[in-house]
Design a protein around this ligand. Structure first.
Ligand code: UD1
Ligand code: UDP
Length: 366
């Protein structure tokens, strides 16, 4: 009988590839201990392939489910159906899912139907508001109900799990594997960045959340327009998510300004460079809230709630919602007031030391 642990790693979207890459790379370096199989639902297509290429991850099964403008019912049913088939064929010892996407939840559910244990990477994040973010808060709560091993990034996420009745023995506090990916990419921990030689200040923007589609996204765009008009040294870079609901609004409102650069989603290493060059980051992303404290970059989060309060406590992250006036005022304050800027631009690592994947693999090998 084989003494190896057979793991099936499930991914569907850009952030899942980034955050599971360190686990896949680490496991594949230990072929005596792990048989590693990777399945992608391909809930994302181009954005997933871009990251698989960056991290050189070979995929064993690709379900290729993405449709333009897909709704949640499509992603849920197609992913569940496909993953159920793959798990039945591979018969792994563990199914590993990450985060809170629909791929994450359906991966856990399909494993449960086969009675295969589930390991949840990035477990225990909560806003405690079931509609925000939508549908991620429910995806991660349901995944918690199913999972057998919970890899919590911080002690706070561990406490959330314990409060919901998860046994302490089933929780490991590991840090976030996103920080492993960041350090892997930077070659080491980040250092100081040199100021721009042209004297421009760069604003980096990303936004994609479903609850921000429509009017909130329009308000974000109007705030960005006001900022570039008010600050002549400001250059805005917005690599636009491929969702048509995001692109239609962003290109219509921001497509015509000489100091607003709209582009395609950036390859991860290029995006990390841009985070490093940025003066301020405006985002509704989860992952960027975790990376920015390590880089010491002020992040204004265009959401009403966050499941990542550690970055807020560290001082690098501030919630500003999607009100146009508030986004404008808070960003303008950082651009006008050096003291306020320095207060936020402090590097810290609330999400771990870049060794999360090592700890996860050690637990799974046991
Ligand atoms: C998904 C996740 C969200 C995660 C985000 C990361 C769910 C419900 N949502 O949201 O939790 O934060 O990914 O970015 O799991 N598209 C492309 N090419 C791509 C990717 C997307 O064309 O490579 C377009 C397609 O038209 C697709 C649409 O974007 O139908 C939406 O993709 P989907 O995965 O449903 O939602 P996201 O908003 O990307
Ligand atoms: N990212 C990237 N290129 C981009 C925008 C983001 O590589 O153009 C990275 C970013 O550094 C982070 C992750 O993608 O690691 C965040 O993904 P996203 O915002 O799509 O999802 P979320 O984190 O909100 O689930």
């Amino acid at each position: 009988m084989s003494t190896k642990t057979k793991i099936l790693i499930v991914m569907g979207t850009r952030p899942e590839v980034i955050k599971l890459a360190p686990v896949v790379i680490g496991a594949r370096k230990r072929p005596d201990e792990f048989e590693t199989v990777v399945v992608t639902t391909s809930q994302h297509r181009e954005m997933l392939d871009q990251m698989l290429e960056t991290f050189q991850i070979a995929v064993d099964f690709d379900l290729d489910i993405m449709k333009p403008n897909q709704d949640l019912r499509h992603v849920t049913t197609a992913a569940l159906d496909g993953l159920h088939g793959v798990i039945g064929q591979v018969k792994p010892d563990w199914v590993i899912v990450q985060g809170d996407t629909t791929t994450t939840f359906t991966g856990a559910l399909a494993a449960f139907y086969h009675q295969v244990p589930v390991a949840h990477v990035e477990a225990g994040l909560r806003t405690h508001d079931k509609r925000q973010p939508f549908p991620e808060e429910i995806n991660r709560r349901l995944t918690t109900q199913i999972a057998d091993a919970h890899f919590a990034p911080t002690t706070l996420s561990r406490e959330n799990l314990i409060r919901e009745g998860v046994s302490e023995d089933a929780i490991w506090v590991t840090g976030n594997t996103g920080i492993d990916a960041l350090f892997l990419t930077l070659g080491s921990e980040p250092g100081e960045t040199a100021p721009s030689p042209t004297g421009e200040r760069r604003l980096l923007i990303t936004a994609h959340r479903r609850e921000n589609h429509g009017e909130p996204m329009e308000r974000v765009c109007r705030a960005v327009l006001r900022l570039v008009d008010e600050f002549p040294d400001l250059h805005a870079l917005y690599p636009v998510h491929l969702s048509p609901r995001v692109r239609d609004v962003v290109f219509a409102l921001l497509g015509n300004h000489p100091r607003i650069e709209l582009g395609e989603p950036l390859e991860y290493r290029r995006f990390v460079e841009e985070m490093n060059r940025a003066h301020v980051i405006l985002t509704d992303s989860g992952g960027i809230q975790e990376e920015a404290p390590s880089l010491g970059k002020p992040v204004l989060v265009m959401r009403e709630t966050t499941e990542r309060p550690e970055g807020v406590d560290a001082g690098t992250v501030r919630l500003v919602g999607t009100d146009e006036e508030r986004i404008y005022t808070e960003t303008a304050r950082l651009l006008n007031d050096d003291g306020a800027y320095r207060e936020m631009a402090r590097a810290s690592n609330p999400y771990g030391d870049g060794r999360a994947s090592e700890k996860i693999l050690a637990a799974l090998a046991r």
